[in-house]
Design a protein around this ligand. Structure first.
Ligand code: NAP
Length: 250
């Protein structure tokens, strides 16, 4: 049996990752704020694994919820092989750098950066205790390096995730735990739905060398490859899944 945690694994990119890992035989522990009723159909549609998948309703930003989630995972499965830090939010309202509020800053940072950091800390300690090789994969964004002045808190949170990747990669290397960062570009999910028309036009004009939207499956395929063990001498690596957006042209 192999166990993978996927935060935000009941929809969007996370659900694509959950589908891919379940197909490969992982039993999943999924965290999300949605109710069981809202997600039960989607969870039931995931390929079955050695042990039934676990869905835990909780807020990544809440320390008690994170601890309760980890306890449930250990009570249910007794082990963790993979942690995919995927859950994340955009600001509720996009606001200019000169206008944005502390409330919006805290909302985004508490989930995307602080929640992810402290969940990773807890899971890393559990992985060390169980003394088995593990993998941690952080889903960041092109916003880790591309500055958007109308959502500074999102960019800061994702730039922070890049450092979370480096820090844990260094600290956990001696424990046989490899840490990677996957940087999606423009992916077709509910998060990007409000900007669909804008991105349709930009992509058609060549914003991404590969002129199409990315899909949750594109990101999931990369996560699956990183979990395969074929990158066992690499840690702290960043993989762009962005249709070539990060390339500079002169
Ligand atoms: P999405 O469709 O909005 O899904 C976000 C997921 O995160 C949902 O499953 C949501 O579940 C969960 N989540 C949000 N806040 C949470 C919280 N406080 N506690 C627990 N779970 C929480 O977004 P997505 O497009 O799939 O994005 C997934 C990740 O990829 C995010 O980190 C995002 O920043 C990153 N990303 C996305 C794109 C893109 O173009 N879509 C590009 C680059 C990076 P509930 O609603 O049930 O809480």
């Amino acid at each position: 049996m192999r166990v993978a945690i996927v935060t935000g694994g009941a929809r969007g990119i996370g659900y694509g990752i959950a589908q891919a890992l379940a197909k490969e035989g992982y039993s999943l522990a999924i965290l999300g704020r949605s109710s069981h009723t809202d997600v039960k159909e989607r969870i039931a549609q995931l390929p079955a694994a050695a042990q039934p998948h676990l869905y835990f309703q909780g807020d990544l930003a809440n320390a008690q919820h994170r601890t309760a989630f980890c306890r449930r995972i250990m009570d249910t499965f007794g082990q963790i092989d993979v942690l995919v830090n995927n859950a994340g939010v955009a600001p509720k309202v996009r606001m200019d750098l000169l206008e944005t509020t502390e409330e919006s800053f805290d909302f985004v940072m508490d989930i995307n950066l602080k929640g992810t950091f402290f969940l990773t800390q807890q899971v890393a300690n559990l992985m060390i205790q169980q003394n088995r090789p593990g993998k941690i994969i952080n889903i960041s964004s092109l916003s880790a390096y591309a500055a958007s002045t109308n959502r500074p808190e999102y960019c800061l949170s994702k730039a922070g995730i890049s450092m979370v990747t480096k820090l844990f990669a260094l600290r956990l290397a001696d424990h046989g735990i490899n840490v990677y960062e996957v940087r999606p570009g423009i992916i077709n999910t509910e998060m990007t739905a409000p900007a669909k028309t804008k991105y349709d036009a930009l992509i058609a004009e060549g914003l991404t060398p590969i002129r199409r939207w990315g899909t949750p499956q594109d990101v999931a395929n990369t996560v699956s490859a990183l979990c395969s063990g074929k990158f066992s001498f690499s840690t702290g690596e960043v993989i762009n899944v962005d249709g070539g957006f990060h390339l500079r042209e002169l």
